[in-house]
Design a protein around this ligand. Structure first.
Ligand code: UDP
Length: 240
């Protein structure tokens, strides 16, 4: 496919998005920049952009092959991928299998506590408000998604959890929790957008419990680059 990169239309914390000569396509370009705690902590994780681009595309392709529609069209190179142009639904859709992070803090549940069933949570994507947690009735009352769209989002997120948990387990990784974002195409289809990577998931080694995700950066645990590389190698192979 030949698409020509146009002007930058958005720069986020971890990615830049460019228009292309095709109005239905964009190019996302992954950066090495890392932020945490709503932008309060800033840093660089060398190689992160390339790893997240490749890892996210690999996982999205696996989901596509299992019937989950995603925005990924074509990986152009290490950092850049052609994606379908969507309007992002302003929600962070979080699925949890094991208590960790903000859930452990908010509810006083020890990190690592296995949940009896997956938890589905929504946050309103707004940095100035600190991405506050919202429930379904906020989403419907404020018109961020329709009832049918919200049902699609919830069902898809739970299906992604099944597929991703199984896929990661095959590489020796326990999927603790993760965040998804969905977008709406110009013809109204809801598809999976954004990324699935160690920036947006908690990945713990099944045998050792070692954290192989952005918590190493958030919590100053060291070995951040090695953890991202470890995930890339497990999913894609050593020299890919
Ligand atoms: N997450 C994310 N972006 C956010 C908030 C959370 O990708 O802005 C991911 C995070 O990496 C974890 C899951 O969503 O895998 C649940 O995060 P949590 O609510 O525990 O928040 P945190 O502890 O990261 O503040």
């Amino acid at each position: 496919m030949s698409v020509t990169m146009g002007e930058m239309i958005y720069e986020g914390k971890a990615k830049k998005v460019y228009a292309t000569d095709n109005p239905n396509l964009c190019i996302v370009s992954y950066k090495d920049d890392a932020t945490a705690f709503n932008g309060l902590k800033k840093g660089t994780i060398i190689g992160k952009g390339e790893i997240n681009n490749r890892v996210s595309n690999r996982l999205m392709k696996m989901l596509e092959a299992n019937g989950v529609p995603t925005h990924v069209v074509e990986e152009l190179n290490g950092r850049d991928t052609v994606v379908r142009r969507v309007k992002i639904i302003p929600l962070e859709v979080i699925i949890r299998n094991v208590a960790a992070g903000s859930m452990s803090k908010r509810l006083g549940v020890e990190e690592g506590t296995e949940l009896l069933r997956p938890v589905l949570e929504f946050s309103y994507k707004d940095d100035s408000l600190g991405d506050p947690m919202v429930c379904e009735s906020h989403i419907l009352a404020l018109g961020w998604a329709t009832e049918a769209e919200l049902e699609t989002i919830s069902k898809t997120a739970l299906r992604v959890n099944e597929l991703l948990s199984k896929h990661m387990a095959e590489t020796g990784i326990r999927l603790i929790d993760f965040k998804l974002e969905f977008g709406k195409t110009s013809d109204g289809q809801i598809i999976l957008a954004d990324e699935i990577s160690p920036d947006t998931c908690r990945f713990w080694d099944i045998k050792t419990g070692e954290k192989l995700d952005k918590d190493r950066f958030r919590r100053d645990l060291g070995g951040v680059e090695a953890a991202y590389e470890n995930i890339r190698e497990r999913l894609i192979g050593a020299n890919a």
